[in-house]
Design a binder for this molecule. Structure first.
Ligand SMILES: Nc1nc(=O)c2c([nH]1)NC[C@@H]1CN(c3ccc(C(=O)N[C@@H](CCC(=O)O)C(=O)O)cc3)C=[N+]21
Length: 341
């Protein structure tokens, strides 16, 4: 007889039956032009002057440190760190991000290598290329630019990257070790590291603070939630299925947004005096701009400025620091390989 608690084995899901829950995509409902808000009734004596967290110059500082370490390594052992980027398909945004990454490598003296594949190439070719890069001693970091074309098995390709070269920190073993206190992942995802770096450099106390993370992606939301917990923050993670996410975010001391939806985070979602880190990099049509688009975050920036105590702008906030962390992971990997300290 079927026990009420026994797992159904008839479902199409794997060996765990339904226990892992269905894999549903996070689809947020975007608001193109947010309706205007009534003016805030705060008198000028209580008016906040928010700090604009300058990610661009923080990233420059971090790169300067990395540059120096790369030079020392080169002088001492005649080796430099190497990063391989795997790019599949022709997405313009991906091509741009990869370009930022290779340019940043060049700036600090990290060797970079680009492996490009067409959208319709066999998945096998990518797995084989990754396997070769795993064996290449001049490569210390391998990054598979996401998203991959829909028809490809992302998990298979990401799992092919050697744990020792997984500078994105997306390998199951690195994600798993990040999730459990006391375990040490070889690499922590760049965005999560960038988030902590931005907050600590801004003098924010994480221990015991209430943080709301908007989004649960592998690249930003999930690893950032995990890393914040390791810093003893109380983390609430809201996502596309959360009812009234604003009711949760408006209680947070710190809001981290990584939903990929312009204007998602409104003034009403934010507590007065809160701190906002915006990982959104959304391209929105802008006929006034030469490119025909402009880049905006997930947060209604002008609205947020009326209530927050500190915020990262987009561009020039979390993005450049995330890229600096990729360089840092690549350097750490090379140092580990050569036992160089
Ligand atoms: N395997 C993998 N690893 C990643 O780290 C990864 C990825 N796939 N896929 C896509 C996302 C996105 N991402 C960005 C990093 C920096 C900026 C950045 O520096 N943006 C600039 C300018 C933005 C612009 O003008 O386009 C800024 O915010 O100032 C943007 C986006 C990394 N990602």
């Amino acid at each position: 007889m079927q026990q009420p608690w026994s797992l159904s084995s008839s479902s199409s899901s794997g060996p765990h039956g339904d226990i892992l829950g269905p894999d549903l995509p996070d689809i947020w409902t975007p608001i193109a032009t947010p309706p205007p808000l009534p003016p805030l009734n705060q008198d000028s004596s209580t008016k906040l002057t928010p700090t604009i967290i300058d990610g661009k110059s923080i990233a420059e500082e971090i790169r300067a440190g990395i540059s120096e370490e790369v030079r020392q390594m080169k002088d001492a052992i005649k080796k430099v760190p190497g990063l391989a980027v795997v790019l599949v398909g022709q997405r313009m945004d991906s091509k741009n991000y990869v370009e930022y990454k290779t340019k940043a490598c060049q700036e600090v003296g990290i060797e970079s290598l680009l492996a490009e594949f067409s959208e319709d190439c066999p998945e096998e070719d990518i797995v084989n290329a990754v396997t070769e890069l795993n064996r290449d001693p001049s490569v210390h970091g391998i990054l598979v630019q996401l998203p991959l074309p829909k028809h490809m098995d992302e998990e298979r390709i990401l799992s092919a990257v050697s744990v020792e070269k997984d500078v994105d920190g997306f390998h199951p073993s690195n994600v798993g070790n990040l999730a459990v206190r006391g375990r040490e992942p070889l690499f922590v995802p760049c965005a999560a590291k960038a988030c902590i770096e931005l907050l600590i450099r801004s003098g924010v106390e994480l221990r015991g603070s209430n943080v709301a993370v908007v989004g649960r992606s592998k690249v930003v939301g999930l690893p950032t939630s995990l890393l914040l917990q390791r810093h003893h923050a109380t983390v609430s993670n809201v996502h596309a299925f959360t009812r009234n996410p604003g009711d949760i975010t408006c209680q947070a001391d710190i809001v981290i947004s990584a939903a990929g939806v312009p204007n998602l985070v409104r003034r009403s979602w934010l507590k007065r005096g809160s701190i906002v880190i915006d990982f959104g990099t959304n391209r929105v049509e802008d006929t006034d701009s030469e490119l025909g688009y402009c880049v905006t975050g997930d947060v209604c920036y002008e609205e947020a400025l009326q209530v927050v105590s500190a915020i990262t702008p987009v561009p020039g906030g979390a993005g450049p620091v995330t890229i600096a962390m990729l360089l840092s992971n690549t350097l750490e990997s090379a140092k580990r390989t050569y036992g160089f300290n």
